[in-house]
Design a protein around this ligand. Sequence first.
Ligand SMILES: [Zn+2]
Length: 263
Amino acid sequence: MPTIAKEMHMPAYGERVLQKDMKGPDVAELQLRLAGFRGTLPDGDFGSGTELQVQQFQRDVMKMASPTRVVDKATFIAIDQFAQRCPIDFKQLKCPCGTCSGFGRGLFRGQYLPGGQGQEINNLYEYPGIHRMLLWAVRAAYFYMPEHQFSFSSGYRCSVDNQQHKRTSTNHHGKAVDLDIALKAGESKRDDAVKCDAVRGKLVELSNAQIGWTAANRKALEPSSIAPTWVHYDVRQYDAVYLADSYFCKDADSLDRPMPIKV
Ligand SMILES: [Zn+2]
C-alpha cells in the first residue's frame, strides 16, 4: 500500500517551506517556536494568525523591510539563530526541593484539589518539565528587552517543594515561570515594580499575553497586585490538548530539538 504510506508521511520541521494554508506537525512546531511573536496555538494549521507571527518575526528579528510571511530556509535559520542568541538557563529552572530530580516525579496525573475536578488551576499533576512554548515565549522577552538582565526566580516547584513552603498553587508544576529583573545600583523596589509593569505591557503588546486568566488558550501574566517585583508568565489557560506531556522539556536539547534544515 505505497499510496497510503506516502499520505501518512508527516513532514518534519525544516523539511519544506511553510506558508499560508499548509497543515502539519511542522506548522505546529513553527507556531510553538514563534510563541513570543504575537503568539497562536500550536494547532498545525497555518492560518492568518500564524502569518502575522511570521511577519512580526521577519520584521523584528530578521529586519526585513517587506516581510514575505513565507518560512523559507533563511527564516528557519533565523529562528535557530534567535534561539542561540536567547538561551534558556535550565539550572535556574530546576525545582529546589532536594527530593525530585528537578522537574517533579510525574505524580498525581488526573488528580485535582478537592472540588476542582477538571479545572487546570486545581490540577495536581507534576508535568514532565517546563512547557516548551512558555520558554520560547520567554526568549522573545529576552530579545525585545535587551535593556533588562533577566533571570528565573522560580521555575519548577514540585509537590514536595509546595509542602516545604505550605503552598497550594500547582501552577509551577511546569506551566509557569517567574522572571526577575536585576536592579542597577541605587534602584529601589519602586523602580523594580515600574520595570515589571513595563515588561508586562510589552508582553501584552508583542506576544499576545493577557494580564490575568480571563481568556482560554492565551499566555497569562499575574497582575502587579500579585507580582509587584517579578513577572509571572504561564500557560495555565491552555486546553488540555496543548498541555500534553510532549510539550514539556527538561533540558536545552529537548527545548530546541535541533533538526537539520533541509529546505
Ligand atoms: Zn521538587
